[in-house]
Design a protein around this ligand. Structure first.
Ligand SMILES: Nc1nc2c(c(=O)[nH]1)N[C@H]1C(S)=C(S)[C@@H](COP(=O)(O)O)O[C@H]1N2
Ligand SMILES: [Mo]
Length: 407
């Protein structure tokens, strides 16, 4: 359709609906796909389960995996909005693939140092008081590449093993109380129903404090990838402890020292000893826009935005530098700021069009300040694979390119 005839038709249409359009400026130059004869077609009918618009294409990115089943996928954090990760984009980490499980017949066993061993069906769990909380899950291997000089080039590959959802379930403390926790019980060992039988030991204080046995994610049942029908959510702790496809909880006097707590998820220190049972994820942040691989289109106003989080409670402040670290200014923090959840930050920047470096640094409610990469390496050495939380610096080029800074 020529633009002339489309304009004529538009004018006819707007004359017909007359007063309805008062206050709107008729757009006589309709973009493709919005010409009158397209807009006036009746739309698609309702559906039982919604899909996003087909022109929306952001996806998870497969991690670098040696085996298909022992794999991971990364959340596109630079394209998600606010603080909630859509369930379909929540990162995945599976050591033995996603088991096919159904709610019918599924049972959770709670035994060990309790007065009465119990099994719970999903309906049994729903008969307990429920709780919902917004928490991030971050794999302690997230940003692992930042330990080496070849740091990651963009947010998704460098930070995508972190996501934030609203989780619903039963407090683990309610179940322990129901079974009658014995005083000798100091650890809870969680076991997954996947082929690797993931095992993690959790100190009893944490188990009684804020752990959720979760069956819900963002308003519906957990996704199979996130542990359907049941998983642990251990607020603020490394993702590995959040055992998915949870089938068994055993109360013990000692930790298990499983593979996941010895050869994996421990950090080799410069003196040759390993840090072990380092559960808390420390304060961390990243500018998601403008970030690596993106381009600033024009000088002048640029919104700097990103995410900050800490496993030690709330984020108190996020500071931004736009002059390569010479000065730091406070970003605006989206409210409410929730404990052990993503906090969205925003900062109004007038870019003068010159090359510079930008970065964010988070301060948590304990006063802890996110360290620079250099000061983190000075303490932890370069033999670590896990628990990287150094400041991420982006290089802005005079032509508006945004790239990572090789160490
Ligand atoms: N049973 C079981 N639980 C598991 C895993 C697993 O492979 N099997 N992976 C763990 C790891 S290493 C992480 S980081 C988180 C990832 O949770 P997500 O896939 O929901 O993002 O689940 C943890 N729980
Ligand atoms: Mo992980």
């Amino acid at each position: 359709m020529s633009s002339d005839s489309s304009r004529r038709r538009w004018l006819k249409y707007s004359a017909a609906v007359g007063g309805l359009l008062t206050g709107c400026t008729p757009n006589t130059n309709q973009p493709p796909g919005q010409e009158e004869d397209v807009v006036n077609l009746l739309g698609r009918v309702v559906s039982k389960y919604g899909e996003r618009s087909p022109d929306q294409k952001i996806t998870r990115l497969p991690g670098t995996n040696k085996h298909l089943e022992a794999s991971s996928s990364l959340t596109p954090l630079a394209q998600t909005m606010g603080i909630i990760t859509p369930s379909a984009l929540h990162f995945e980490r599976h050591h033995a693939g996603i088991p096919t499980l159904q709610e019918a017949g599924y049972e959770l066993l709670l035994h060990g140092l309790v007065a009465e061993p119990l099994t719970f069906t999903l309906n049994d769990l729903r008969s307990f008081p429920s709780a919902s909380q917004i928490n991030f899950v971050e794999c302690s291997g997230n940003s692992g590449r930042e330990w080496s000089a070849k740091v990651s080039a963009d947010v998704q590959t460098g930070f995508g093993l972190a996501s934030c959802s609203e989780w619903t379930g039963v407090k683990l403390s309610s179940l322990l109380q129901e079974a009658g926790l014995k005083p000798a019980g100091k650890w809870v060992i969680a076991e997954g129903a996947d082929a690797c039988r993931m095992h993690r030991s959790i100190p009893i204080d944490k188990a009684l404090k804020d752990i959720l046995v979760a069956y819900g994610q963002n308003g519906e049942a957990l996704r199979p990838e996130q542990g359907y029908p049941l998983r642990l959510i251990v607020p603020g702790w490394e993702g590995n402890v959040c055992v998915k496809w949870l089938r068994q909880l055993k109360v013990t006097a000692e930790p298990l020292a499983s593979r996941e707590e010895t050869s994996k998820y421990t950090d080799m220190m410069p003196n040759g000893k390993a840090r072990q049972y380092t559960f808390d994820m420390e304060a961390k942040s990243v500018i998601t826009a403008p970030s690596g691989g993106q381009r600033i289109l024009k000088r002048g106003y640029v919104e700097i935005t990103g995410l900050a989080w800490t496993g030690k409670g709330r984020i108190d402040a996020v500071e931004i530098t736009t002059d390569s670290g010479k000065s730091w200014q406070r970003a605006k923090l989206q409210e409410p700021r929730l404990a052990n959840a993503f906090t969205r930050f925003r900062f109004d920047w007038m870019w003068d069009g010159l090359a510079t470096q930008i970065a964010s640094r988070a301060v948590d409610e304990t006063g802890y300040v996110q360290p620079s990469r250099d000061s983190l390496l000075a303490v932890r050495g370069a033999n670590s694979h896990y628990h990287f939380n150094g400041i991420k610096v982006w290089q802005v080029g005079a032509e508006g390119s945004v790239t990572h800074v090789e160490a």
